[in-house]
Design a binder for this molecule. Structure first.
Ligand SMILES: *[C@@H]1O[C@H](CO)[C@@H](O)[C@H](O)[C@H]1NC(C)=O
Ligand SMILES: *[C@@H]1O[C@H](CO)[C@@H](O)[C@H](O)[C@H]1NC(C)=O
Ligand SMILES: *[C@@H]1O[C@H](CO)[C@@H](O)[C@H](O)[C@H]1NC(C)=O
Ligand SMILES: *[C@@H]1O[C@H](CO)[C@@H](O)[C@H](O)[C@H]1NC(C)=O
Ligand SMILES: *[C@@H]1O[C@H](CO)[C@@H](O)[C@H](O)[C@H]1NC(C)=O
Ligand SMILES: *[C@@H]1O[C@H](CO)[C@@H](O)[C@H](O)[C@H]1NC(C)=O
Ligand SMILES: *[C@@H]1O[C@H](CO)[C@@H](O)[C@H](O)[C@H]1NC(C)=O
Ligand SMILES: *[C@@H]1O[C@H](CO)[C@@H](O)[C@H](O)[C@H]1NC(C)=O
Ligand SMILES: *[C@@H]1O[C@H](CO)[C@@H](O)[C@H](O)[C@H]1NC(C)=O
Ligand SMILES: *[C@@H]1O[C@H](CO)[C@@H](O)[C@H](O)[C@H]1NC(C)=O
Length: 761
C-alpha cells in the first residue's frame, strides 16, 4: 500500500506528483542474479529523515514522500533526540540551529553544553518541552536544496512518524546517549518504553556502551542493533578507542550488534581530488563474521567521485552490484534514486541490445567526461553505447573542417592562455564580445598551440568535470570524425551540426554546406546503408540546401525556448526536416527550477510526422528541475515516458544508455512506481503561496517568420583569405538564428545566476 492514512491537504497534493493510479499493483522486480548481500535479498533503501533531499529532513512530507515517490520497501530512518520532558523526536542534528527555526522562536535559547567532551553552543532540544517545540518549524539545512518548503512542517515525535506514516520498517539512530544521561534523560528507558508501543526494526548507535546496555534486553526481540562507525580518527566515547581501531575487531562488534553502518568511503575510499580508489575488503570481512553492512552518506547532491560522472545511480551500483560484494543497505537522502538503481539498474546484461527508444545522441561526444569533440570524447561516447555521435563543424583559416563545439575557440580550448590569444576580434554577427574564431587560425596553428578544454557548464555552482582530464585528448577534423564513426559499426549514425553558414558565405565567401557535402563524399559515408548521416542546423536555409544536395536525415534545431509552434511553422519545417531538436524548457517550462507544466509541443510535432529530440541533458544535479529530484534518470524517464521524445542529446551518453537498458522499462504498467514519470508541476502546488517562485512571462510560440530564411548566398569551397576580405559582398539580411540564440542563452545564464545567488549566499 502506498498511502496508508489521510495525510492532510499538502500530502494529498504531494501524492498528485506521481501518476500512480495503478501503482498499488506495482511489483518489486525480481532479478535473476543473486545479490551478494549477507541475506541474499536486495539491499535495503533507508531514507534518512524521509525524502530529505526534497523536503526538510524528518518532516511529515519528507517521510510520506519517501513512499509516494520511492519503493514501498523503503526503511524510514529517524535521528532520535530527547526533549526536556523525555519525548523522543526526529531531528537530524543535536543542535537545532540549522534544521529548525528555533533560533527565531526562542531568541534567548542559546546554550553551551559539553557533547562527548566537546563544548558545543546552540539550541538544544533538552532545553525545551515537546509543548515548547510546537512553536518550532523545520527547515531545509542543506543549502543546495530548495528552501521553499521551510516553515510549514512541525517537529515530529517518533510516535507521530509511526502513526502518520506507518513505515513498513522503522530505523532509529540514537546518538549522544552519554549527553542525555548528563541531563538526567535515559535513552535506554525511552527505548524500552517505546518498544512496548511500536515496532522498531533497527536501532543504530555510534556508542558501544549504549548498544551493549540494550543488547541483552532486546536479545529476544526482532529489533536489530547496528553499530555506527563515525570518521576513523574520531574517538568512540565509551571505549576511548578510535573508530578506526574498533574496525579492526569486527568479532568484538559482533558481540553486541548484528550489523555495522559505515561512511561510504570506508568501502570505496576516495582520493583528496575525488577519484575512486580500489575498494576495501570491509564488506566481505564483515559478512564473514556475520555482520550486515550498511553504507551512509548517499545523496544526489553530495560531492561525488569523478569516476561516477555525476550519476548517482552509478555510485549505488558500485556498492550493490560490482560482482564482488554488495552492501546490505544504503542510507540516503534521495530514496527514489537508490530504489531505481537497486530495483531496475542492477544485474543488467550489458550485451543485451538496448530498447529502441530513445535514440541517444552525444553532445560533442561524451563531453561530460572528456573535453568535447576530442578523440577521447568520441571514443567514450562509443564505449558508453551512444547511438549517434555528433560533430559541430567549423572551418579553419586554411579551409580545414574540424569538430569544435563552438566557432569561438575561447569556449572550449586553451586559446586564451596560448600565444594565439592576441588573435581576437569582435564580430557582431556572431557575438557581441571578443572571440578568437576558428576561421582566423590555421589548422596547424590550432594543433600546435591549443589544447582542448573540458566544458564546465555548472561552474557557477563549483561543479567541474573530470579535472585530471580537463585538457586531454586530440582535436579532430571532420574527416577523422567521419572515418571514426564509420569504423565503429555499433553506431547507427553520425550527426553534423552546421551553424553560421550564412555568415561564412557572406563574409568569407565560404560555403560550409558544400564543404561538408564534399567531405561526406570523400568519406564514403554517403555510399553505405548501415549507418546514417544526420545534418542538424538552426538555419532552415542550411537544411534546405542539404535537402537538395544530399539524402541525409535533417534535424531542425529550435535554438530558443518556445511553448508551442503554430501550424504554418510546422508545415514549413516539414519542407526541410524530418526531426526537430527542442530545448528541455520547451517541453517542461520552469520557474526557478520548478516545473510549471508541460507543453503540447512534442505531441504536436510528432502528429505532424516529425521526430523530436530534446537537448541538452546533463548529469550534474543542478541541471535537473526540482520536480526531477536531482536525479538524471528521473529527468530522462520523464522526457521519454512522460513527454514521449524520440531522442536525447546528452553530455553523458552513459546515463541515457543505462536508462535504455534498465530492466523495468519492459514491465510496462507493472513497472514500479519510482520508474513512472513524475506528474510535473506538482511541487508548485504544495509550496506555500508566499514562497512561490515568480510567474515568468510565457515563452514565445514558434511562427513561420522564425523559420523562413533567405537562401544561402553562393560561395566557394575555399575561404576568402583575410587580406582581401574588404572585397567581400555587402552583407545581406542577417540570419535570424544568431541573435535569437544569444537572447535565449542570456536568459538562461541570468536565471542560473539568480538561483546561484539564492542558494549560495
Ligand atoms: C549550520 O550552518 C552554518 C552555516 O552554513 C555552518 O557553518 C554550521 O556548521 C552548521 N551547523 C551544523 C551543526 O551543521
Ligand atoms: C516552555 O514551556 C514551559 C511550560 O509550558 C514554560 O514555562 C517555558 O517558559 C517554555 N519555554 C520557552 C523557552 O518558551
Ligand atoms: C540530574 O539529577 C541530579 C540528581 O537528582 C541533580 O543533582 C542534577 O542537577 C540533575 N542534572 C540536570 C542537568 O538536571
Ligand atoms: C575515557 O577517557 C576519559 C577521559 O580521558 C576517562 O574519564 C574515562 O574513564 C575513559 N573511559 C574508559 C572506558 O577508558
Ligand atoms: C577483539 O575483541 C574480542 C572480544 O572483545 C577480544 O577477545 C579480542 O582479543 C579482540 N581482538 C583484538 C585483536 O583486539
Ligand atoms: C577512477 O578514475 C581514475 C581516473 O580515471 C582511475 O585512475 C581510477 O582507477 C578509477 N577508480 C576506479 C576504482 O576505477
Ligand atoms: C559480452 O560481450 C563481451 C564482448 O563481446 C564478451 O567478452 C562477454 O563474455 C559477453 N558477456 C556476456 C555475459 O555475454
Ligand atoms: C578574423 O576574420 C574576420 C573575417 O575575415 C576578420 O574580419 C577579422 O579581422 C579576423 N580577425 C583576426 C584577429 O584576424
Ligand atoms: C561512392 O560511390 C560512388 C558512386 O557509386 C563512387 O564513385 C565513389 O568512389 C564511392 N566513394 C567511396 C569513398 O567509396
Ligand atoms: C567567391 O569565390 C568564387 C570562387 O572562387 C569566386 O568566383 C567569387 O568571385 C568569389 N566572390 C567574392 C565576392 O569574392
Amino acid at each position: 500500500m502506498w498511502v496508508r492514512s489521510s495525510w492532510g491537504v499538502s500530502l494529498f497534493a504531494a501524492s498528485l506528483l506521481l501518476s500512480m493510479v495503478t501503482a498499488q499493483v506495482a511489483k518489486q522486480p525480481k532479478s535473476s542474479s543473486p545479490w551478494l548481500t549477507l541475506s541474499g535479498d536486495a539491499p535495503m533503501v533507508i531514507a534518512k529523515g524521509g525524502f530529505s533531499g526534497l523536503f526538510p529532513e524528518s518532516s511529515s512530507n519528507a517521510y510520506a514522500f519517501a513512499y509516494i515517490a520511492g519503493s514501498p520497501d523503503t526503511v524510514s530512518w529517524c535521528d532520535v533526540r530527547l526533549t526536556k520532558d523525555g519525548v523522543g523526536i526526529c531531528l537530524p542534528e543535536i543542535i537545532m540551529d540549522n534544521c529548525t527555526d528555533a533560533t527565531y522562536a526562542f531568541p534567548d535559547g542559546k546554550n553551551t553544553y559539553i557533547v562527548n567532551g566537546v563544548s558545543t553552543t546552540g539550541w538544544f532540544s533538552v532545553d525545551y518541552t515537546m509543548k515548547n517545540l510546537s512553536q518550532v518549524f523545520l527547515k531545509q539545512e542543506v543549502l543546495s536544496r530548495t528552501f521553499r518548503f521551510d516553515g510549514t512542517f512541525h517537529i515530529l515525535s517518533v510516535e507521530d512518524v509511526e502513526t502518520q506514516v506507518k513505515p513498513p520498517s522503522f530505523w532509529l539512530n540514537i546518538q549522544h546517549d552519554m549527553f542525555y544521561r548528563q541531563h538526567n534523560l535515559s535513552m535506554r528507558s525511552y527505548l524500552i518504553s517505546l518498544s512496548k508501543r511500536i515496532i522498531i526494526d533497527y536501532v543504530s548507535s555510534p556508542e558501544v556502551a549504549f548498544l551493549t546496555s540494550i543488547s541483552s534486553r532486546f536479545k529476544k526481540s526482532k529489533m536489530k542493533l547496528v553499530f555506527r562507525f563515525l570518521e576513523e580518527t574520531t574517538i568512540e566515547p565509551s571505549t576511548n578507542q578510535t573508530y578506526g581501531s574498533l574496525l579492526k575487531n569486527l568479532t568484538f562488534v559482533k558481540t553486541f550488534a548484528s550489523g555495522i553502518l559505515v561512511p561510504k568511503d570506508y568501502i570505496w575510499p576516495v582520493t583528496s581530488d575525488l577519484y575512486l580508489q580500489p575498494h576495501t575488503s570491509l564488506v566481505s570481512d564483515a559478512h564473514k563474521v556475520g555482520l550486515e553492512v550498511f553504507a551512509s552518506d548517499f545523496a544526489n547532491d553530495a560531492v561525488l567521485s569523478y569516476n561516477y560522472s555525476y550519476d548517482p545511480l552509478a555510485e549505488y551500483l558500485s556498492f550493490a552490484d560490482n560482482g564482488v560484494f554488495s552492501v546490505d543497505g544504503v542510507l540516503t537522502d534521495f530514496p527514489i534514486t537508490a530504489s531505481e538503481a537497486i530495483g531496475c539498474f542492477a544485474h543488467v546484461d550489458k550485451n543485451s541490445s538496448a530498447n529502441v527508444k530513445p535514440v541517444v545522441l552525444s553532445h560533442n561526444g561524451a563531453s561530460g567526461v572528456f573535453p568535447g569533440s576530442t578523440d577521447l570524447a568520441y571514443q567514450q561516447a562509443v564505449d558508453d553505447g551512444a547511438d549517434i555521435i555528433d560533430c559541430s563543424v567549423q572551418v579553419t583559416q586554411d579551409g580545414t573542417l574540424i569538430c569544435m563545439s563552438s566557432i569561438n575557440l575561447m569556449d572550449d580550448t586553451t586559446v586564451t592562455r596560448s600565444p594565439l590569444n592576441t588573435r581576437s576580434s569582435i564580430i557582431p554577427e556572431i557575438q557581441t564580445g571578443l572571440g578568437i574564431y576558428t576561421f582566423n587560425l590555421t589548422w596547424d596553428e590550432i594543433q600546435k598551440n591549443l589544447k582542448p578544454a573540458i566544458s564546465n557548464p555548472e561552474l557557477a555552482y563549483n561543479l567541474v568535470r573530470n579535472p585530471r582530464f580537463k585538457n586531454a585528448g586530440k582535436f579532430m577534423t571532420l574527416s577523422d570524425f567521419l572515418a571514426f564513426a564509420k569504423r565503429n559499426k555499433a553506431l547507427s549514425g553520425a550527426l553534423i551540426n552546421i551553424e553560421h553558414a550564412a555568415f561564412l558565405a557572406e563574409k568569407l565567401n565560404y560555403s560550409i554546406t558544400d564543404a561538408v557535402i564534399s567531405a561526406l563524399k570523400d568519406s564514403g559515408f554517403t555510399n553505405q546503408t548501415d549507418q546514417e548521416v544526420l545534418i542538424q542546423s538552426s538555419s532552415s536555409a542550411v537544411l534546405m540546401k542539404m535537402k537538395q544536395k544530399t539524402k541525409c536525415k535533417l534535424v531542425y534545431m529550435v535554438d530558443e525556448s518556445i511553448r508551442d509552434a503554430d501550424a504554418s511553422s510546422i508545415a514549413d519545417i516539414k519542407h526541410f526536416a524530418d526531426t526537430v531538436s527542442v530545448q528541455k524548457q520547451s517541453v517542461y517550462p520552469q520557474s526557478l527550477e520548478f516545473i510549471t507544466g508541460e507543453t503540447k509541443l512534442v505531441q504536436k510535432l510528432q502528429s505532424a510526422g516529425l521526430s523530436v529530440y530534446v537537448y541538452v541533458l546533463r548529469n550534474e544535479f543542478v541541471s535537473q528541475a526540482w520536480d526531477f529530484f536531482s536525479d538524471p534518470v528521473v529527468e530522462i524517464n520523464n522526457y521519454v515516458q512522460g513527454a514521449g521524445v524520440d531522442g536525447i542529446i546528452t553530455d553523458f551518453p552513459v546515463t541515457a544508455v543505462a536508462y535504455k537498458r534498465n530492466t523495468c522499462s519492459k514491465l510496462g504498467d507493472d513497472a514500479p512506481g519510482y520508474m513512472r514519470p513524475v506528474q510535473v508541476g506538482g511541487l508548485l502546488q504544495i509550496i506555500d503561496p508566499q514562497a512561490q517562485p515568480p510567474a515568468l512571462a510565457p515563452m514565445p510560440v514558434l511562427e513561420v517568420s522564425d523559420v523562413v530564411e533567405a537562401p544561402l548566398p553562393p560561395a566557394s569551397l575555399k575561404p576568402l583569405s583575410q587580406t582581401n576580405e574588404q572585397n567581400a559582398v555587402a552583407p545581406a539580411a542577417q540570419p535570424s538564428a544568431g541573435p535569437r540564440c544569444t537572447a535565449a542563452f542570456n536568459l538562461l545564464v541570468s536565471l542560473l545566476m539568480l538561483i546561484g545567488a539564492l542558494l549560495f549566499i
